[in-house]
Every structure is written in C-alpha cells, then in structure tokens.
Design a protein around this ligand. Structure first.
Ligand code: KG4
Ligand code: ZN
Length: 343
C-alpha cells in the first residue's frame, strides 16, 4: 500500500469510547479505550442513553490527553476519522459530531469508517501477510457475519456478505445466556470462564445454531434451550435450577454449540471457494475456545488464520484508524454532512 498518513480516529458505536493516533495505519502513537461495562452492568446490558452520556463525558477529554501523551499537535494530523456506521444511533452521533467539530476547527479532512470494516482491518494489523481473497468472520455483540473479501487494498474494500444471523448476534446470545445462567455481564468472558471444566456434551445443542438453509446462523433457539435448562417452565424470571456443576455444563454446551456453528460455516465458505486465509474480528473472536477450534479446523485444511490480539478484537479506535488509512491513501474524503447510520 502506498502513501503515508497520521490519523486521529474516534470510535463510539456501542459501549466503548475510544480514540487512537496511528501512523500509516500501523504504528500506534497512542490510544485509549474507556469501557462503560461497569455503568451497564447494573442493567444487565447496554443502555443506549447511558452509553451516549458516557461517550459525551469521555470523548473530548480523552482526545486531549491522547494528543498530549502522543506528543502530536493537531497540525501534524492528516485526517480525522470516525466510526459513522453501524451502531447505536445516539452513541455514533457523539463520535461523529465530535469528529466533525475537530475536522472543521483544525481544517483537516474527515473520513467516516464502517465499524465492521474496522474489525476486519484489525486482522490485517495482526497479520501483515494476510492476502485477498479471504473469508472474514465478524462476530460481536451486534453482528454475526461471514464475508468474502476480494480487494487488494489491504483487503477490506470489497466485501461480499455470505452469511449472517437470522435473529440474535452471537455476542448478544452469550450475554443473554450468561444472564439466564446467573453469570452476569458481559456474558462472553463469564461464559468462557464458567465453561472451563464443564462438559460440552452435557446438552445436545450442537446443531442448534445451524438453520436448515445451510448458510446462515440462528441463536434464538439456543437461547431458549438455555432458558429451559436453567430456569425450567417458569422461564426467564424463574429461579436458577442448576447447581454450580450444572451451570458449568450448560455454559460449556452453549459455547460448544456457538463454536460449532461458526467454525462449520466459516470452514465451508473457505473450502468451497478455495481461499487460503481466514480472518476473524469482533468481541466474540476473543473467545479462546473458538480460537482453538477454528485454528484446528483451518490447519487441517491448510488454511491460515489471521487473529487479532484480544485488545484489537473488542471495540477500539486503532482498527478504525487502520481502515481510515486505506481510505485516506485511496483518496476517500467525507464532507461535514457525513451521515450517521444505525444499520
Ligand atoms: O466487538 P465488541 O466489543 O462490540 C460490538 O461491536 O458488539 O463485542 C462485544 C461482544 C459482547 O457481546 C461480549 O459478550 C462478547 O463480545 N465477548 C465475548 C468474549 N469477550 C467479549 N464472547 C465470547 N467470549 C469472550 N471471551
Ligand atoms: Zn465491534
């Protein structure tokens, strides 16, 4: 990829307020991620209004500190980038409004970035050898998508969506299942921890996430199965019927079912098209059980897997800067009327 850039990127699409200053889409001069998990824990999930307020409180002070600590003057920057789609609309608006104000005040170009393309760019950051065409699996609290990436522009330009969820996202299913099992929020890491030592075959949920269409994903049936296992006929509000070992078995079986579906669909997409690389992104990609299962399956087929480090799997602004660098050096610029899109 040609051209150099120094980009300030902002990310506020969900419940993490993040900023980063990155040179050439790769060298991180500084970054911050202010997690709102503690604020949302009391509600058992992300509350949009709470997220907006926290973004407003954290974003500009975060940028101030970031510039100071990275020893970068606004004048040094080539562009201001921001996630403008998809996400919680109010949360996105905080970042987009701030980015517009900064770009206008500093007289710098503005670049809107797609959050999912950012997650995919994170895989390229971790694995410089990643080459197109490849299959990208993006699994987070809001998305469960498989893409065929065919572009040579660092691999995140031309994406064809091959499969997605018919209902809940995988991360959302982790969060809901954890709640049903009394494990708290955020669900992903809690289920992963509880599953250690549990029996992944205790419940026969293996195929629950594979709809008969042979292509997409479904997670709502699995969620219902967890509900009956954990709370019986009383449903969601009933008391937890499982002891500690039972919770571990349910968590392990749940994790096994989600993993089986993600690995099955990703591998079948990759082998059908004969691609040599598989990239993963999104919060659920931080799951160690899924990591090993995917790695095992890919190695068997001679496919290499690009896996971002944990810190780049969950929401961050470095991945937004990485994607913005590709856009910037390709000549993409946005105007101050840049739109904010929820879906
Ligand atoms: O990508 P992300 O940080 O935010 C969105 O764009 O949604 O993903 C957050 C999601 C949450 O649902 C969280 O439970 C899940 O990623 N997650 C995990 C793990 N860590 C985070 N899921 C499974 N295992 C994990 N270790
Ligand atoms: Zn995300």
């Amino acid at each position: 990829m040609s051209g150099s850039s120094l980009i300030l990127a902002l990310e506020s699409s969900c419940d993490e307020t993040a900023g980063a200053i990155v040179r050439d889409g790769r060298d991180v001069l500084g970054q911050f991620v202010a997690s709102q998990i503690d604020l949302h824990r009391a509600y058992g999930g992300v509350v949009p209004e709470v997220a907006c307020r926290a973004h407003m409180e954290c974003l500009l002070p975060g940028v101030d500190t970031l510039l100071r600590e990275a020893n970068v003057r606004p004048d040094d920057l080539d562009a201001v980038a921001v996630t403008n789609r998809p996400g919680l609309i109010g949360a996105l608006l905080v970042g987009v409004s701030a980015a517009k104000a900064l770009a206008f005040g500093w007289e710098k170009p503005l670049i809107g970035v797609d959050h999912i393309e950012g997650h995919i760019a994170a895989a390229g950051l971790a694995e410089p050898e990643l080459t197109t065409p490849y299959i990208a699996l993006v699994v987070s609290g809001g998305h469960t998508n498989l893409y065929l990436v065919e572009d040579s522009r660092q691999g995140v330009g031309d994406m064809t969506c091959l499969a997605s969820t018919l209902d809940d996202a995988a991360g959302e299913a982790f969060d809901k299942a954890a709640k049903l099992l009394g494990l708290g929020f955020p669900g992903g890491p809690r289920i992963e921890k509880a599953a250690v030592g549990g029996n992944p075959k205790a419940y026969n949920w293996k195929n629950a996430c594979l709809p008969p269409d042979g292509e997409n994903f479904t997670f709502s049936g699995l969620k219902t199965a967890v509900m009956y296992a954990a709370r019986g006929r009383a449903g969601r509000k009933g008391p937890l019927l499982l002891d500690e070992a039972g919770v571990k078995n349910a968590a392990a079986s749940f994790q096994e079912a989600v993993t089986h579906a993600l690995v099955e669909r990703a591998m079948s997409a990759a082998t059908k098209r004969g691609v040599k690389w598989l990239a993963r992104g999104g919060g659920v990609a931080a799951n160690g059980y899924l990591r090993s299962a995917l790695q095992r399956a890919a190695t068997e087929q001679g496919i290499r897997v690009a896996i971002p480090p944990m810190s780049l799997c969950t929401d961050n602004a470095v991945m937004i800067a990485a994607r913005a660098h590709v856009l910037f050096t390709s000549g993409v610029r946005d105007e101050l009327d840049l739109e904010t899109v929820a879906r």
